[in-house]
Design a protein around this ligand. Structure first.
Ligand code: TXA
Ligand code: MG
Length: 340
């Protein structure tokens, strides 16, 4: 989608002035501000209702800007940047002294990525050309453009719903093609410790290993059906307001009829064709492969969440590692759901 030059000019002007601009990335829409300006960054936290000790990802126009933001950059960081940028990979590195603590959540590390969406890249480049914000740092801090803990927006209309009143401008770049947030790799622990996967995403640990020759340390994985696979911060993230349950394919008919018998409205999200004798109130089907599923996931959850259901039943996904990122988001969503 082509954006008008005036819209970019206005976006750059707002960012330079310390205001918020929402923009599309290939993963999800981001809520952007000058990452080198603590007052601008504070507006992000206020708009999202997000605790100020949560670090933000800094978006850069290219890998050439990396050393303004990070120091002691290991060789593997350059290798990953070369292989995957622009793209949905965030690197956690030691912060350069100029990086405000407002953006790192008070930590000594910083998260950086170069997004692949043409609108995001054009915006970052135009911003850099216009001076690149405070101290000419050329970084745009952007978390997902949703209220804290809620479903990430993958469409400009979602951003309008979530934050319409608190953002000066929303750049519309159409629906996001990846659909779930970037893979995050921690490279800040020095040479002795291996890179660590902090958030699974479109790029898999295996793809990363192909580039750097070592499999990143994975979050602790527990085995089995509906058990959370990622231990630690299974907090209310990516979550619908409606309670959500992951259910094995074979159990779907029984669970749906139980919900209906109890007089409750049932939403259903499937990836395979179902022949059900008792029908849910609303149903969405996503493609039965990880990329297609991820692309449609948040929009589908948002629709089922808004359809007045009492419960959202989600057909469980294969245990295969190619579904890892989707599994992570579904389990987090199920865990945080119904908490309004
Ligand atoms: O795909 C994405 O990454 C999207 C788009 C907009 O780029 N952004 C995104 O931002 O998902 P957000 O704020 O919703 O999630 C950022 C994640 C958080 O889990 C945060 O804890 C982690 O990145 N993060 C950022 N900086 C970090 C740091 N220095 N150390 C550890 N984790 C960090
Ligand atoms: Mg988020």
């Amino acid at each position: 989608m082509l954006l008008m030059t005036q819209e970019f000019a206005r976006a750059v002007e707002l960012l330079q002035a310390g205001e918020l601009v929402a923009f599309p990335t290939e993963t999800v829409y981001g809520l952007g501000a000058d990452a080198a300006n603590p007052q601008a960054v504070a507006k992000i936290f206020a708009a999202k209702g997000r605790p100020a000790d949560h670090p933000l990802i800094v978006h850069l126009p290219g890998a050439a800007f990396l050393d303004r933001w990070a120091r002691d950059i290991p060789a593997v960081a350059w290798e990953l940047a070369e292989a995957f940028w622009p793209g949905p990979l965030t690197l956690i590195l030691k912060r350069a002294p100029e990086v405000p603590y407002a953006v790192t959540g008070g930590q000594e590390t910083v998260g950086v990525r170069v997004p692949a969406h043409p609108v995001a890249l054009d915006l970052l480049r135009a911003y850099a050309q216009a001076g690149g914000g405070r101290n000419g740092m050329c970084g745009i801090a952007a978390p997902s453009a949703n209220r804290f803990g809620r479903i990430s927006p993958t469409d400009a209309a979602h951003v309008q719903e979530e934050l319409g009143n608190s953002v000066a401008l929303i750049l519309d770049g159409g629906p996001c093609l990846v659909g779930i947030e970037s893979t995050i790799i921690d490279l800040s622990r020095g040479d002795e410790l291996p890179p660590r996967l902090l958030r699974p995403g479109h790029f898999t640990p295996e793809q990363i290993a192909m580039v750097i020759g070592i499999l990143p340390e994975l979050p602790e994985v527990r085995s089995g059906g509906n058990e959370p696979r990622v231990s630690g911060s299974l907090d209310a993230h990516y979550a619908p307001l409606t309670p959500m349950r992951l259910v094995a394919t074979a159990q779907l008919p029984e669970v749906i009829s139980e919900v209906r018998k109890a007089g409750r409205r049932c939403g259903l999200l499937v990836r395979t064709r179902q022949t059900l004798s008792v029908l849910p109130h609303s149903q969405r089907q996503l493609p039965d492969h990880p990329e297609g599923y991820a692309r449609g996931l948040y929009a589908a959850l948002r629709q089922l969440d808004q359809a007045g259901n009492d419960v959202i039943v989600v057909e469980d996904i294969p245990a295969d590692s190619s579904w890892g990122a989707v599994a992570d988001r579904l389990r987090r969503a199920a865990c945080g759901s119904g908490s309004a």
